[in-house]
Write a protein that binds this ligand. Structure first.
Ligand code: ACO
Length: 326
């Protein structure tokens, strides 16, 4: 059985924050941010919006696109690094918001920025095995709330958003061709949100050291990301006997334009096949790939039958890639 996307949807908050807006409260500049990251502006959730709100809108759009009702869904998986709360799972909150409460299973999957890739692979196994017919997979983040607004090294990089797909059986030559997942916990220290879990519960010390915000070793993350883009992509292409020139669209995680360019060059894929949305949306972590996929579809670029390679990398450190015939 071939498993593929029956419906796709995304939601990006309306509020635009430009680099010039950030200059007003951070020791940074539009020029620095543009040249070091490729980001021009990002979208930030309103105060009353949390991850499940963005996720639910994207999910409803994906359901509509698939021409399915909430009760048709057997499982909801939300890939996120910025859940509404540590528990319950954001997927359960989404279930209620889309009108599917009590009608399906729901859980979150935390795998850093490749959360959507991991969740799609996991969800597709349920369909492939025959256990479930329709799985709703969402990559959603209000990740900007996990960033220290006084830390110019991280705050300028991120944006909020959500993207969703409904997975199910597809016909013809469509669907997921194959995937690769990878993790290296020995270098997990390079990207962490240290406090708020069982290791470091909230305390006066946590407040003082601001460890309830993300800590990142940017240089190390940069190196890992460039290496992983090409390594995991090549592995997947070799495994499936796919030639680089057969790829129609290459969708890398939108972390930094320089990472994307260096990764694409190392892999040998020309930039005209590389999807770039970081200029408008910043790094929306687990949402960046489904949002990018929906962006090229809305632009009319993504055609039925196109071969799409999606690759992501992030906290864990993790990476993941999916080769899919659209
Ligand atoms: N504005 C102005 N100056 C800044 C800023 C800023 N926003 N941020 C850092 N600087 C300064 C630094 O303090 C440093 O100053 P110094 O030389 O006086 O010490 C100087 O700029 C250079 O800093 P570097 O860290 O060497 O800059 P670099 O070129 O490496 O770029 C960056 C930093 C953009 C963070 C880069 O390392 C990067 O993109 N890394 C990957 C980050 C990432 O993608 N994280 C998420 C991936 S996983 C996920 O998505 C969850």
């Amino acid at each position: 059985m071939k498993v593929g996307v029956l419906g796709l949807g995304s939601y990006i908050p309306e509020k635009v924050v430009t680099n010039h807006d950030l200059e007003k409260f951070l020791d940074t500049s539009d020029e620095w941010i543009r040249t070091r990251t490729g980001i021009v502006e990002r979208r930030i959730a309103n105060e009353n919006e949390a991850t499940s709100d963005l996720a639910s809108i994207a999910a409803k759009r994906a359901l509509e696109d698939a021409n399915l009702k909430p009760e048709d869904i057997d499982l909801i998986i939300v890939g996120t690094n910025s859940p509404d709360m540590l528990y319950p799972a954001t997927a359960c909150l989404v279930q209620e918001k889309i009108g599917a409460s009590g009608k399906c299973a729901a859980f979150d999957l935390q795998a850093g920025c490749p959360g959507f890739i991991y969740a799609t692979v996991v969800g597709s196994q349920f369909v492939k095995s025959g256990a479930y017919k329709h799985v709703l997979v969402i990559g959603a983040e209000v990740i900007t709330r996990m960033m220290d607004p006084t830390d110019r090294g991280t705050y300028v990089l991120f944006g909020d958003g959500a993207g969703a797909v409904v997975l199910g059986e597809v016909e013809d030559n469509r669907g997921i061709v194959d995937f690769e997942l990878y993790a290296d916990g020995s270098i997990a220290e390079h990207l962490t949100l240290p406090a708020g879990g069982s290791r470091k519960p909230f305390s006066e010390e946590v407040l003082k050291e601001r460890s309830y915000f993300t800590k990142m070793n940017g240089g190390e993350v940069f190196k890992f990301s460039v290496r992983e883009i090409s390594r995991i992509s090549k592995k997947l292409l070799d495994k499936t006997g796919t030639k680089l020139e057969d790829i129609d669209w290459f969708i890398p995680h939108q972390a930094n334009l320089r990472i994307i360019q260096a990764g694409a060059e190392k892999l040998g894929i020309p930039m005209e096949k590389v999807v770039v949305t970081i200029d408008k949306f910043g790094n929306s972590s687990a949402a960046s790939i489904p949002v990018s996929l929906d962006t090229i579809r809305k632009e009319g670029k993504l055609k039925r039958g196109d071969l799409v390679l999606m690759v992501s990398f992030g906290a864990g450190m993790t990476s993941g890639a999916i080769l899919m015939r659209w």
